[in-house]
Design a protein around this ligand. Sequence first.
Ligand SMILES: C[S@@+](CC[C@H](N)C(=O)[O-])C[C@H]1O[C@@H](n2cnc3c(N)ncnc32)[C@H](O)[C@@H]1O
Length: 231
Amino acid sequence: MEDIGAVHQQYLTEERLELRRGFWQPGPEGDPATAALDSIVASGAREVLELGCGTGAFAARLQAAGPIHVTALDQSARMVELTKQRGVEARVGDATELRAPDDSYDAVAALWMLYHVRDRATALAEVRRVLRPGGIFVVITIGEDHLAELRVEAGGKPFRPRFSSENGEEQLREHFSEVVRSDFHTLAVFDDQAAALTYLDSGSDDVRWRLPEFDEPRQYAGHVTMFVARG
Ligand SMILES: C[S@@+](CC[C@H](N)C(=O)[O-])C[C@H]1O[C@@H](n2cnc3c(N)ncnc32)[C@H](O)[C@@H]1O
């Protein structure tokens, strides 16, 4: 299982995150991050906290989408620096310790990050605490079948995320009375075997990935879920 040191190492710089992002295309339900953004804008939120902001792309889009002020948080100093460069208020911190007064935010977002947080019960209680009454918590995560075909073909196992499409709703319901889910079928496209191996090697898995040669583009299915929790 991924430990805190591996998460720290994985996100010391943006390269691996950017590399993986470049292979993904939205499926028939559209882009999950855009759906998350639309949910927050539609809720009328003005003060938003983003946990695990990465390079700050989502925070910057959100801030440009309306009269919205975003505070972004990440455990990586480099990610915080990149987010600040986009004109977003950002600080280094951990999702389990939000250091904000009760009822501070109209919305909290956590995109592709809760599966990295070991003590999710504390993080979710913190989110609930800093959300104003009527506020929403928007989460994006992956399913156990996400890229499973490629991972198995390359000598590994499917993902078993701590917070996934399969187990996320149950964890959210410990802290929120209403949880609505939306599922997205996404696509990873690799031009050749080398590209697919580069993608797999960019993760934190302790696996020696190997794949048969191919030089025609191949597509592999991803599965992403958005949860919107409130109450
Ligand atoms: C997969 S990246 C996703 C980044 C961004 N949300 C996106 O959608 O591109 C996960 C991010 O969460 C951050 N992270 C992981 N664990 C964290 C924690 N406990 N507290 C705050 N940030 C964390 C990592 O540093 C990384 O930037």
